[in-house]
Design a protein around this ligand. Structure first.
Ligand SMILES: C[S@@+](CC[C@H](N)C(=O)[O-])C[C@H]1O[C@@H](n2cnc3c(N)ncnc32)[C@H](O)[C@@H]1O
Length: 235
């Protein structure tokens, strides 16, 4: 009697290593330094933010509420957080991409506040002395920095003892969602100026020496889980 053939679903048969090899043939946006920038992604991000911010702006307001003292923001993008900083916070916002930086500068000029300073620079090399800040802010950036451990080590270096990192980041999901994110990573990354959909950011924060003081699991999009909260350094 012929043995019944077991047909595995396409996703299970898939070999991501080969797919990743194939995708590495595409021109990788991250081959360039982040300071070179992505003009089209900056324009697209600004456009899609108009819709997305209706939902995310209250998350930003909540995340940044109560900040005071010296604050560094990494990857400020188009400046979507600027309107939500309390006046008690003295903020230095960094952004490596000149096209994003230009948009952030316009946002800052339109706000007309004096407690936010904008500079160009990547998270992997923060141009500040050790222990210069009380808090750091990262929203939708740890998915894109080239070197996540190094960026977190830099944030840790510039924070004072007891300092905190306020984060809003999309992350790798569990189960089939996570496996799908692994699979589509090369295409996603290519289309999104280096963003990876599947980073294990909570674990990376712990590995970098932060304690998770608060964490909330939310959905940035139905297929894109996110974490929002505060990670702290020991006093
Ligand atoms: C998805 S956007 C998020 C922008 C903004 N933080 C927000 O919440 O809307 C990701 C940002 O990270 C920036 N970025 C890319 N590589 C970076 C790096 N190595 N260090 C810091 N920021 C980086 C990008 O230029 C972009 O502005």
């Amino acid at each position: 009697m012929a043995r019944k053939q077991h047909v595995r679903p396409a996703v299970a048969r898939y070999r991501p290593a080969r797919f990743n090899d194939l995708m590495s043939e595409f021109p990788a946006p991250q081959a360039d330094p982040p300071e070179r920038g992505h003009r089209w992604f900056a324009a697209f991000y600004a456009l899609q933010s108009r819709m997305a911010e209706r939902r995310i702006a209250p998350w930003r307001r909540e995340l940044l509420a109560g900040l005071r003292g010296d604050v560094v923001e990494i990857g400020a993008g188009t400046g979507a957080n600027f309107a939500h900083y309390p006046p008690e916070a003295r903020v230095v916002a960094l952004e490596p991409d000149p096209h994003m930086l230009q948009r952030a500068r316009s946002a800052l000029d339109a706000l007309g506040v004096s407690n936010i300073e904008l500079r160009q620079g990547p998270a992997e090399q923060l141009p500040f002395a050790d222990a210069s800040f009380d808090a750091a802010v990262s929203t939708l950036v740890l998915c894109t920095v080239r070197d996540l451990p190094r960026s977190l080590a830099e944030i840790r270096r510039v924070l004072r003892p007891g300092g905190e990192l306020r984060y809003l980041e999309h992350i790798r999901g569990d189960g089939m969602l996570g496996r799908t994110q692994d699979l589509i990573k090369p295409v996603w990354k290519w289309c999104s100026a280096g963003c990876e959909p599947n980073r294990r950011t909570e674990q990376a924060l712990r590995d970098a020496g932060f304690t998770i003081a608060s964490i909330e699991h939310r959905k940035l999009e139905p297929f894109l889980p996110a974490i929002v909260g505060v990670a702290k350094l020991a006093p």
